[in-house]
Design a protein around this ligand. Sequence first.
Ligand SMILES: C[S@@+](CC[C@H](N)C(=O)[O-])C[C@H]1O[C@@H](n2cnc3c(N)ncnc32)[C@H](O)[C@@H]1O
Length: 307
Amino acid sequence: MEVTRDNIYTNDANFFLDDCKESGIESDMIFTDPPYGVSNKKNKTITRPYWTDIEMHYGEWDVFDDKKELLAFTFNWIDKAHLILKDGGFFASFFDSDHINFISAYLKSKYKYKVKNLIAWCKTDPTPQYHGKKLQNGWEMIGIWQKPSSFDDKGKPFYEDLFRKDHHQHPDWIHTAIISGKERASATIYPDRYKYKVSKSLRRISVNPSEKGLKNINENIWNGKKEKKPIRHPNQKPMKVCELVIRYFSKMDDLIVDPFCGSGSIPLSCKDNYRDFIANDIDKLWTYIAKYRMKVFTSTRKLYSFI
Ligand SMILES: C[S@@+](CC[C@H](N)C(=O)[O-])C[C@H]1O[C@@H](n2cnc3c(N)ncnc32)[C@H](O)[C@@H]1O
């Protein structure tokens, strides 16, 4: 399929990246937020002290049998993303702290990438640790790696000057809350009108709703309930965090590719900062929300809206 700028596609990331390659896409930056196996299948939700539930099981797409399966999946899409990234371009990805070093080692040893930075998103309202057996985890990481190039970029400044006078530095952290309030995107789905399908076994291979063996997602999301219900992406990332990475490591009019866009925070941050994007997610429900957010933004330049 022909892939073009400023569009959001629904496909398996591997097929999407193959399509990008075949369409001659050369991206200035890869910036994404892929599955990294942090779902908790046993404790599906935990309740905060003021009785709001926190989703701990994000979906079958985030469940891996073991580390080997997670890394095989990750290295596979990284190999394909590498092929469409320009020399000297930045490769940025959210990832969990237990495994981010495996990406650094892979990119360094196989493709000679430079580890540029690890940026910390420090949450001002982190999820509580009820059992007290581990420390409360209040931050997430974004790895930044740079593809080698023939030109010498030693000492190259960050693209946009976000110099903090109070620190005399470009900080590698950002403080902001978990997504909430007006920025939180949601869709109201009517189960009788909207049949939605996803497959566990095919989740990393293809998404062709006409194939046999696909399960009805209503079972997972709705638990058999028949009434309408608002649905929110369990991992929507704050635009403020995405924007920091985009402004440090890309220029205006650059092309940024996000193969796992979810509800579209990265492509939306690209547009808000005058970058082009090509985005994709395997799940039609999330690309529906991402496209809707993008439509509202391009027609009104309003970033926050409810669906
Ligand atoms: C961590 S979420 C991205 C959230 C996004 N940054 C946002 O702000 O909404 C990862 C996304 O990857 C998608 N995904 C999982 N497996 C995939 C695959 N094989 N190909 C493409 N997308 C996939 C999931 O549907 C999910 O929306």
